[in-house]
Write a protein that binds this ligand. Structure first.
Ligand SMILES: Cc1cc2nc3c(=O)[nH]c(=O)nc-3n(C[C@H](O)[C@H](O)[C@H](O)COP(=O)(O)OP(=O)(O)OC[C@H]3O[C@@H](n4cnc5c(N)ncnc54)[C@H](O)[C@@H]3O)c2cc1C
Length: 348
């Protein structure tokens, strides 16, 4: 295990902002994670676990403790009942795993093609896109319990998955470090393309799309919205969708729908658990006046996606936060709805 000092974090994130980590360790195995945790304990350092940095806003001051980058690699496949179990190291690139599953002609995660970040990041916020989320296929999450140093296999139900939520980002935040994740995928099963954008994409094709055609379509649609990381695409210098879609009561929905801003169009609504309603954060942001390309400084709304706050070059974390506050306040003023950010704020 190598302990580095004063490592700038911006380049480890997709938003490209943030100061240095006082201590930085890249762990390639569970043993190295345990060593790093022991070092942190000995030196009273607070630990932040870093994956691919695609869901982070790191403060300009950086992280005062130890950043532990998880780089455990390896993808194994084992048949299990009628499924193929893919078990991947937490440090594997997520999209590499999706590509591998499609090569094996296995359905279950194809709609999540092109989401940046690592395998270990996926259970944390129950990553999802285009009608799929990882909660549907995860069987177990192997973790190190930071409080005891023990290794455990958590079952799907123990992870408490909900929309963009799990125990890892709520009740047990900071307790577990994910080292491996197993996904049970379906060999030979047709891809899912229920999502409107995908249906539109394949509307004119006479035959049902294959898994790899769905994967390519998702990546193409994502690229058109700069939701695929591309070095020359300024709009992809983001943390993805910056706000979660609010989940509200039907009565609250009716209140919003009766506002003057909604005379021409009711806010798009989607079913949510327990009779609640999910409304589109992007729609609220847009209707509150923050259109695509909004903002004339170093921070603004992506010109290709209303929900992405973009570092147009040289922005600071403080500028990102100031802009985020402005959007939240604007939406609250118009609709009385409090938007909650999706990214994790580090070192604030
Ligand atoms: C262009 C773009 C598009 C995106 N599109 C989507 C999308 O369609 N759907 C979606 O759900 N998300 C999307 N995201 C958000 C992001 O890609 C996901 O949340 C991703 O899973 C984060 O993984 P990461 O490895 O980058 O985690 P990081 O950003 O490094 O960390 C995020 C959180 O997870 C924790 N964490 C990371 N790894 C571990 C681990 N091994 N053990 C314990 N905790 C860990 C961190 O401590 C932190 O709290 C997008 C982001 C971008 C930039």
């Amino acid at each position: 295990m190598q302990i580095l000092r004063d490592i700038p974090l911006a380049s480890y994130t997709t938003l490209k902002v943030g100061g240095p980590a006082r201590y930085f360790v890249e762990a390639h195995s569970e043993t190295e994670i345990l060593e790093a945790l022991a070092y942190a304990r000995e030196h009273s350092l607070e630990v932040f676990v870093l994956g691919g940095g695609s869901n982070l806003v790191v403060s300009d001051a950086g992280w005062h403790g130890l950043v532990l980058k998880i780089s455990i690699l390896g993808i194994d496949t084992v048949p299990k009942d009628s499924r193929l179990l893919f078990t991947a190291g937490a440090g594997e690139d997520w999209d590499t795993l999706v590509a591998r599953s499609v090569e094996h002609n296995c359905a279950g995660i194809e709609c999540m093609s092109g989401i940046p970040g690592t395998v270990g990041g996926t259970p944390v916020q129950n990553v999802g896109a285009y009608g799929q989320e990882v909660a549907e296929t995860i069987t177990t999450v192997r973790v190190i319990d930071v409080t005891s140093g023990d290794t455990r296999e958590l079952s799907n139900s123990e992870c408490g998955f909900l929309y963009r939520t799990s125990i890892f980002n709520t009740s047990q935040k900071g307790r577990y470090i994910v080292t491996r994740v197993s996904y049970a995928l379906l060999p030979g099963r047709a891809p899912r393309f229920e999502y409107a954008d995908l249906k539109r994409y394949f509307a004119s094709s006479s035959s049902s799309p294959t898994l790899s055609q769905v994967r390519n379509a998702v990546r193409e649609i994502r690229a058109s919205k700069a939701m695929l990381i591309a070095p020359n695409e300024e709009n992809s210098r983001s943390a993805g969708s910056f706000f979660k879609n609010p989940i509200i009561s039907p009565a609250e929905y009716d209140r919003i729908a009766s506002l003057p801003q909604c005379v021409d169009q009711n806010p798009p609504r989607y079913p949510a658990p327990e009779g609640q309603v999910k409304i589109s954060a992007g729609w609220l942001v847009e209707k509150a006046g923050f259109h695509k390309g909004f903002g004339n400084g170093r921070v603004g709304i992506s010109s290709k996606h209303t929900l992405a706050i973009v570092n147009r070059g040289g922005a600071t974390a403080a500028e990102i936060v100031e802009f985020k506050n402005r959007v939240q306040q604007g939406v609250f003023k118009v609709f009385g709805v409090q938007l909650h950010p999706e990214p994790v704020f580090v070192g604030f």
